[in-house]
Design a protein around this ligand. Structure first.
Ligand code: NCC
Length: 297
């Protein structure tokens, strides 16, 4: 077998996972009151005009990058969880189109004891505001795509009753508060399909059966809508500094190389899709990924 015959672009594998947000018409949500919370709008407006997108990882090595202006020059800017822009504009920019958030962000940061509904409302008030998905300003006026993996091979009905954190309650609070918001839930089956694509890419090197990181889920969600994606400081550049996030002092290289998510495998796969030169990737921290031509996949 020649190399060419065996080679299958990894960007096609990512596209085939079909990472998507849930729609009202998707069973079982078409029959559940919960489904009526989903926005009727599409995930992105004016998709035809989208030419370039930036995905801003939350990596510590973004600190000092001075990539803010470059990031803001993209048509769409994706960020993660509660990663701030304020105070970090020079390095990470200020534009945010969409935030991909995991269900931990929507948990209550109170003691994990059983409380009455009344007490639980009181608890919400004392939670750290930046984590409070339903109320924090950082989650206003941007598109939100929230995800929770559920169980591998679990049904959507199981998922609704067994989320890791209290995603659904907070989603409901948010949607009722802001009915015009563009807040979506990512189809958990599509998250696991992405895991399968990752395993396919990794071949006989088994990856752990934990969902991909928000970063990789975000890439797979964005790529079908965007011809060219610049993924910032995902594959670590020479600025690598051991810090977990650009917005905190915590030192933890697990955040960069993975401890729970199959992050190293994700990054190898992303590097395989990259079309930018070494200077761009390793000096500037910019990986460029093109949406594959349909004929190629
Ligand atoms: O840290 P986190 O990720 O919010 O980062 C968002 C995405 O940026 C990429 N990243 C981050 C740090 C780093 N040093 N290198 C990177 O490449 C990753 O692609 C990552 O997905 C998550 O994926 O949702 C995650 O969320 C946090 C945490 O829940 C949120 O920040 C909210 O506080 C998780 N941390 C913990 O559970 C302690 C993290 O494992 C995954």
């Amino acid at each position: 077998d020649s190399f060419e015959e065996q080679y299958y672009p990894s960007s096609c594998l990512v596209m085939e996972a079909g990472v998507r947000v849930l729609r009202r018409k998707d069973p079982p949500f078409n029959k559940l009151p919960f489904g009526r919370l989903f926005p009727r709008q599409k995930l992105f407006r004016n998709v035809k005009n989208i030419k370039t997108c930036a995905i801003v990882s939350s990596a510590g090595s973004l600190a000092g990058s001075k990539l803010g202006r470059f990031i803001d020059s993209h048509d769409i800017v994706m960020r993660f969880n509660n990663a701030p822009t304020r105070g970090h504009e020079a390095d990470v920019g200020s534009k945010t189109t969409i935030r991909v958030v995991n269900s931990q962000v929507s948990r209550l940061h109170g003691p994990s004891i059983k409380v009455s509904q009344r007490q639980s409302i009181a608890l919400q008030v004392v939670t750290k505001p930046e984590f409070d998905f339903a109320h924090a300003p950082i989650f206003r006026n941007v598109t939100i795509a929230a995800w929770d993996p559920g169980r591998y091979n679990g049904t959507l009905e199981d998922w609704l009753t067994s989320a890791d954190y209290d995603l659904f309650t907070n989603y409901e609070i948010y949607r009722r508060r802001y009915p015009k918001s563009r807040a979506f839930l990512i189809d958990p089956h599509s998250v696991w399909r992405l895991w399968q694509s990752l395993q396919m890419f990794a071949g006989n090197r088994a990856i752990r059966r934990n969902p991909p990181s928000s970063g990789f889920i975000g890439l797979a969600l964005l790529l079908p809508h965007c011809p060219q994606v610049d993924f910032i400081e995902y594959v670590p550049s020479t600025r690598l500094n051991g810090r977990c996030h650009y917005y905190s002092k915590e030192m933890n290289s697990g955040c960069t190389f993975g401890s729970w998510h199959p992050l190293a495998a994700e990054k190898l796969m992303a590097l395989d899709m990259n079309v930018a030169d070494d200077m761009s990737v390793f000096q500037f921290g910019i990986l460029r990924i093109r949406r594959p031509d349909k004929l190629l996949c």
